[in-house]
Design a protein around this ligand. Structure first.
Ligand code: HEM
Ligand code: HEM
Length: 176
């Protein structure tokens, strides 16, 4: 039996929900940009924007929850440099996962197309401006690369502990 302290169930639910949504956003995002102009491209873009905005709301909830609930301490076997790296990666995740949907929303706002959340019209934060659209698209794509690096570092960290036979780290984020 593992009696080490765990994240709260709410933190776990938010973590795994955001992870699934972020992975699906990468799948849809990489797929949709290569589609030819047409209804399918428009539908995938609309779905991507709607799911992306869900991540923004979930991140806001997650940060509010995190502020009031400190994470459980890491297992003692985790060396100091890994603690520092994990802390940096977690912080960078929170920043990147706010910048990513905001830059998407801004690029969409300057594209001349309306932004909708599952069909519901949302306020435009800009006007049709090709240069600003391009700028926010570049930030969106650049930030997506940062997120890929963060996910790889994060998952590699967890997997390296599993390979050493330490399950305590992963169990903190699993309800069972
Ligand atoms: C955490 C949330 C999000 C993630 C992880 C994400 C990820 C991605 C990825 C991986 C791409 C493909 C980039 C490439 O060309 O390599 C993309 C493109 C795009 N995303 Fe997002 N996205 C998110 C949220 C949003 C939101 C909220 C919006 C708008 C409301 C949005 C609008 C767009 C648009 C318009 C493109 C196409 C950019 C282009 O023309 O190249 N995204 N996104
Ligand atoms: C896009 C995907 C993911 C994101 C954005 C993400 C983000 C995060 C963040 C921000 C934390 C720290 C929570 C806090 O203390 O505030 C965390 C913890 C954790 N994540 Fe993820 N995660 C992702 C995917 C994964 C995957 C695929 C795994 C499984 C291998 C995983 C396993 C864990 C574990 C075990 C912890 C707790 C241990 C630790 O403190 O590092 N995560 N994650």
């Amino acid at each position: 039996m593992d009696a080490s302290p765990k994240y709260t169930r709410t933190a776990m639910a938010l973590h795994w929900l955001v992870a699934v949504l972020v992975f699906s956003l990468f799948g849809i995002g990489w797929y949709m940009v290569d589609l030819p102009q047409g209804p399918a491209r428009g539908e995938y873009f609309a779905l991507h924007k709607s799911i992306g905005l869900c991540v923004l709301v979930l991140l806001a909830l997650r940060i509010a929850w995190r502020y009031r609930h400190r994470p459980p301490p890491l297992p003692q076997a985790v060396p100091a440099w890994q603690r520092v790296l994990a802390g940096l990666v977690h912080r960078a995740f929170y920043v990147a996962l706010i910048v990513q949907p905001m830059s998407g929303y801004l690029s969409s706002s300057f594209s001349g197309y309306s932004t909708r959340w599952f069909g519901l019209p949302l306020p435009q934060w800009g006007w049709k401006d090709a240069r600003l659209n391009e700028l926010f698209t570049e930030i969106h794509v650049g930030c997506s690369i940062v997120i890929v690096v963060l996910v790889l570092t994060h998952v590699l960290g967890v997997v390296s502990h599993l390979l050493q036979g330490e399950r305590g780290l992963l169990r903190r984020m699993l309800p069972w």
